[in-house]
Design a binder for this molecule. Structure first.
Ligand SMILES: [Zn+2]
Length: 552
């Protein structure tokens, strides 16, 4: 453990308010700790069994935890001590902040909360049961995606795209009602709207985020325009239309959030006769982060009824960290297992002396950043060559397109995330405005995609995230930015290299050591931006992302 943190953890004598807070925390942790562990285990069991009764147990236990945090008297106590300004001991103040935020977001009065949850569930159900139609025939989301990936006939593409937006008209009014209900709840808690409440409880500041997103916008404007012009000319040729005639349906997914597959890059072939689990274990061992104990508790392969996705969970904040995967030996699962193990080592290596309430990542996006940092390696030519024993020719094959592809992928996502962040901010600020137009203004401004002439439909509402994961999307971008900032710092300051060319990180124990000491151990002892400053010498900045993916 770092010396600075030891000093931080063991402060001096407490005043009366501090003693009160300390007693509160002790009692709270004693109560919440077994409940959280039980809920985490139940959720794990449900994910691997898929049984409805297991999911019922999860809901029941989650509700029980929630009830603890919704206690109004306890919240009043926390608010009072927080506002008194008397809690000066840093580690107590930090726990107080974390507790206060957890209580704050659950202070919505039960009746209103029920309305919000019920309406959210209703909309989600509509999303999962609604099927768009093409010429009167129902189509699934997968069929729509397939058409947008492969079809060359513009008319058929436009039909598929339109079908993907039909759900918007079904759910839009309900989403607006949901936004208003959420705003109502936020105002009762003293916030302008739900967006500002959400950011506040996540320890994020609108001005700070605006600044980061504005900078990113400026820095990516020109390069994105150029890259998109290249892409457009390829697409126009492929679909036999003029560049000026390209419409939203000429991109390869309904929102132009993914990279159209126009540069041939099939990395699966390099992974098919390898074992991605073995590769990941070996790689992490080489940088000094042991993942065997994590993998021993994990559930890695496909099974009937099991959750088909991937996630990482910290069961007890005592080292029982698990990942769920459905591994196959291909590039995408290589990325996924590296990603999930990134989350897992962050959780595993929290310093045990850090108080329970702070034994978690500094922020949801900082753990995402670590996961992304490692996940990116599955396409890194230097990493692939060494791990997969590729010949120089094979490596050159990968190199020819992987850099271009990474750049395209990151820039397209960045511009799309700007749409989501800025639209959502305005959605909550004024849900009465002309949202259909607002959406297309954003899409035109950030993604440089044209609004179809005369189009006035709630195309924004077809994005499920406004319903199920409100005010969260910006965290994906912040994670990418931090992953690049860490990469830059590690290459130049830890490995002392001139550039990141040929950096594979394989066998670099300094990497594991740095991450453990500067990021993982402290958990949430520091506010996320303080942690980033301490680790890299400056607060979160978009410059390194731009460095890595734009100015190449
Ligand atoms: Zn993740």
């Amino acid at each position: 453990m770092m010396l600075t943190m030891s000093v931080f953890l063991f402060g001096c004598a407490h005043n009366a308010k501090e003693n009160d807070v300390e007693s509160f925390i002790t009692a709270h942790v004693e109560k919440i700790r077994p409940m959280e562990k039980e809920a985490a285990l139940a959720s794990w069991n449900a994910a691997i069994s898929g049984k409805p009764e297991d999911y019922d147990k999860v809901s029941e236990l989650t509700l029980k935890v929630r009830q603890v945090y919704s206690n109004p008297q306890e919240f009043a106590f926390l608010k009072d001590v927080k506002e008194s300004g008397q809690v000066r001991n840093a580690i107590l103040a930090r726990q107080l902040d974390v507790l206060y935020n957890s209580y704050l977001e659950t202070q919505i009065e039960p009746e209103l909360l029920k309305k919000i949850i019920d309406l959210g569930t209703e909309i989600e159900k509509n999303f999962s049961t609604f099927r768009g139609t093409i010429e009167g025939k129902k189509v699934t989301d997968n069929e729509i995606k397939e058409i947008l990936k492969t079809q060359t006939d513009s008319r058929k593409r436009s039909q598929a795209w339109l079908a993907s937006k039909q759900v918007g008209a079904i759910v839009a009014d309900d989403i607006i009602r949901l936004v208003k209900l959420r705003n109502q709840a936020a105002r009762k808690l003293g916030f302008d709207n739900y967006h500002t409440l959400s950011l506040a409880t996540a320890e994020q500041d609108v001005k700070e985020l605006d600044k980061i997103f504005d900078e990113l916008y400026e820095l990516t404007n020109e390069p994105f325009a150029k890259l998109k012009a290249d892409l457009d000319s390829i697409l126009a040729a492929k679909y036999d239309v003029a560049v000026t005639e390209l419409m939203p349906w000429h991109y390869h997914d309904p929102f132009f959030q993914e990279t159209p597959m126009v540069y041939d890059l099939d990395l699966d072939a390099y992974y098919e006769d390898k074992d991605v689990k073995e590769l990941a274990t070996e790689f992490y061992a080489g940088i000094g982060l042991a993942v065997e104990s994590i993998l021993a508790n994990s559930d890695l392969y496909e099974r009937e009824g099991k959750n088909p996705h991937a996630f990482c969970t910290d069961i007890d904040r005592e080292g029982d960290v698990r990942i769920l995967c459905n591994l196959k030996n291909n590039e995408s699962w290589m990325e996924t297992i590296l990603h999930e193990l990134g989350h897992a080592v962050y959780d595993k290596y929290h310093e045990p002396q850090v108080p329970y309430l702070l034994r978690e990542p500094a922020h949801i996006f900082t753990t995402e950043a670590i996961a992304m940092f490692f996940g990116r390696l599955s396409r890194n030519p230097a990493w692939m060559q060494q791990m997969l024993e590729l010949s120089d020719e094979q490596r050159m094959e990968v190199e020819k397109v992987s850099g271009k592809y990474a750049q395209l992928k990151q820039l397209i996502f960045a511009r799309w995330d700007m749409v989501m962040y800025n639209f959502e901010k305005q959605l909550y600020a004024n849900p009465e405005q002309d949202l259909n137009s607002l959406w297309w203004q954003m899409v035109e401004k950030y993604q440089l995609v044209k609004r179809p002439q005369g189009r006035n439909e709630p195309d924004w509402a077809a994005k499920i995230h406004f319903t199920i994961a409100p005010c969260y999307y910006h965290n994906y971008m912040l994670g990418e930015l931090l992953a690049s900032q860490l990469h830059h710092h590690i290459v130049h300051e830890i490995l002392k290299l001139e550039s990141d060319e040929n950096v594979s990180y394989i066998g670099r124990r300094e990497l594991g050591e740095f991450l453990r000491e500067s990021v993982f151990e402290a958990g949430a002892v520091y506010h996320w931006n303080e942690m980033i400053k301490r680790a890299t010498g400056e607060p979160l900045s978009p410059n390194y992302f731009v460095d890595q993916f734009v100015n190449r």
